[in-house]
Design a protein around this ligand. Structure first.
Ligand SMILES: CC(C)(COP(=O)(O)OP(=O)(O)OC[C@H]1O[C@@H](n2cnc3c(N)ncnc32)[C@H](O)[C@@H]1OP(=O)(O)O)[C@@H](O)C(=O)NCCC(=O)NCCS
Length: 147
């Protein structure tokens, strides 16, 4: 039975899943701690017994009532079992409860699995950028209107 809860000091589990998900593009361990501190209630992990299976990190900005999904990652051994979809769904619920008018995220256009997951969660592709993160790679902007 999987449960989804707020991330605590699950730094090592999250870091090792991130390494498996994003390979060389992983962030240093201290950055995950900063994300736990800054994202607070919007940093969730999925857990089975004592094992962390995946994580989702979001945020909410009050000024423009926008929600953001920053990162979603599931351990390769736990994929295809709805863990990613449940994490995304739970974050969307939290952001909706925070009165986010719109939730957005960016993803590489080749990431068909993630794009399919987000579309199933009612997100839509709304724009494409050639060099959003200045890494000479394109990204699609995906948004969900909540009202
Ligand atoms: C994207 C990712 C989070 C999906 O996690 P997951 O737990 O395997 O996804 P789920 O089991 O919840 O699948 C949800 C939907 O995603 C799609 N999907 C998942 N695995 C898939 C696969 N191997 N092939 C095709 N579609 C797939 C399906 O639409 C699935 O819905 P279904 O029930 O109709 O099959 C995971 O593959 C991952 O961590 N990838 C690396 C990191 C990444 O790309 N993150 C997203 C960008 S920020």
């Amino acid at each position: 039975m999987n449960s989804i809860r707020k991330a605590k000091l699950d730094l090592e589990s999250i870091h090792s899943i991130k390494k498996l998900c994003f390979h060389d593009d992983n962030y240093p361990l201290f950055f995950n701690r900063q994300l736990i501190d800054s994202s607070q209630d919007y940093f969730l992990v999925a857990q089975k017994e004592t094992l962390v299976l995946g994580y989702v990190i979001g945020n909410h900005t009050k000024e423009n009532d926008q929600g953001l999904l920053l990162y979603l990652g599931v351990h390769p051994d736990a994929r295809g079992k709805n863990v990613g979809a449940k994490l995304a769904e739970q974050l969307v619920k939290l952001l909706e409860n925070s009165q986010s008018r719109e939730i957005f995220l960016t993803v590489h256009p080749n990431n068909a699995i993630a794009i399919k997951l987000y579309k199933k969660a009612r997100f839509e592709v709304t724009a494409t950028y050639d060099n959003y993160y200045l890494d000479d790679e394109p990204r699609v902007l995906i948004t969900e209107q909540t009202v």
